[in-house]
Design a protein around this ligand. Structure first.
Ligand SMILES: [Cu+2]
Length: 247
C-alpha cells in the first residue's frame, strides 16, 4: 500500500517513470519525456481524426450508397511520410546523445565496486577486499528481507564493474532509471553519481534477465550512505559477509 501512492504520483506526473536518484538518469528521463511529448499529440491527432471521420462520414438511414472515392492526394502523402521520418530522426539523435552520456565512464572514479551476478545471487566486492555475498536460500521467498546489500556513497562517482559467473543476468535498480546486462566473459562498466538527497535510504535492485528457476528471487538492496560516513564504514568492514540483512 505504501508503494501505491508514489506509483500513482509517478504515473500522473512523470508518464510512469520512477524518480531517478543519479546524475546520469536525467539523460534517460529527458528522453522518456521527449518520447511522450511527441507521442501524445500524435496519438491525439490520429485518434481524433479516426473518431471525427467515423462520426462525420457515417452512413445515415436511407443513405445506402458508395461514397465518393478519393485517391492520390500528393501533399497529404508527402506530409505523412515526412513527419514520421522527422520524428524518428529526432528520436534517434536524442537517443544517441543520451546513450553517449550514460555510457561515459570516468577515468578516475572515487570508488570502484565489482558486482558479480550468478545463479542465483549477487557478490559485491570493494577495493579493500570486503565482499558481500547473497545467494538464494533453499526456500526462496520473493518478500525475503534477507537480501544482499550493495552499500554505495552519495555525491561522488562510483564505477560498477559488472560480471557474470555463469549465464546472462542483468543489473537493474529502478531508481537509477538504468539497467545493464551481466554477460559471462565481458566486463560491463558504468558510472553512477548518486544524489546526496538519496543518502540514508534504500532502494530495491533486481536481475532482469531470465536466468533460471530462481531468477525472480535474485534481488538486492541498494543502500545509499552519506559520503562523509562511507570511508569509515568501509574501513571497518573486512572479509566475506554472508549475513546479508545489514543496511
Ligand atoms: Cu539473474
Amino acid at each position: 500500500m505504501h508503494e501505491l501512492v508514489p506509483t500513482l504520483i509517478a504515473t500522473v506526473f512523470h508518464w510512469g517513470s520512477p524518480n531517478g536518484i543519479t546524475q546520469q538518469d536525467s539523460n534517460v528521463y529527458s528522453l522518456w519525456n521527449l518520447t511522450y511529448y511527441m507521442a501524445v499529440p500524435l496519438g491525439a491527432i490520429v485518434v481524433g481524426l479516426i473518431i471525427w471521420c467515423a462520426v462525420r462520414y457515417r452512413e445515415r438511414p436511407g443513405e445506402e450508397r458508395i461514397p465518393r472515392q478519393f485517391q492520390y492526394h500528393i501533399p497529404l502523402e508527402v506530409i505523412y511520410t515526412v513527419v514520421p521520418i522527422a520524428m524518428v530522426v529526432t528520436l534517434f539523435v536524442f537517443v544517441y546523445r543520451a546513450e553517449d552520456r550514460v555510457d561515459n565512464v570516468k577515468a578516475n572514479p572515487a570508488l570502484v565496486v565489482r558486482v558479480d551476478a550468478f545463479q542465483w545471487g549477487w557478490r559485491f566486492s570493494y577495493p579493500n577486499g570486503y565482499q558481500v555475498l547473497g545467494s538464494v536460500a533453499t526456500e526462496p521467498n520473493i518478500n525475503s528481507p534477507n537480501l544482499p546489500v550493495l552499500t554505495l556513497p552519495a555525491g561522488e562517482t562510483v564505477q560498477i564493474n559488472l560480471f557474470s559467473d555463469d549465464v546472462n543476468h542483468s543489473f537493474y535498480v529502478p531508481a537509477f532509471l538504468f539497467k545493464r546486462d551481466a554477460i559471462q566473459g565481458i566486463n560491463n562498466s558504468f558510472d553512477v553519481n548518486i544524489s546526496p538527497s538519496a543518502a540514508g535510504r534504500r532502494y530495491i535492485g533486481e536481475c532482469t534477465q531470465f536466468c533460471g528457476v530462481y531468477h525472480p528471487f535474485m534481488r538486492f538492496w541498494l543502500y545509499v550512505m552519506p559520503k562523509a560516513k562511507f570511508g569509515a564504514w568501509l574501513a571497518s568492514h573486512h572479509g566475506l559477509n554472508t549475513s546479508v540483512a545489514e543496511g
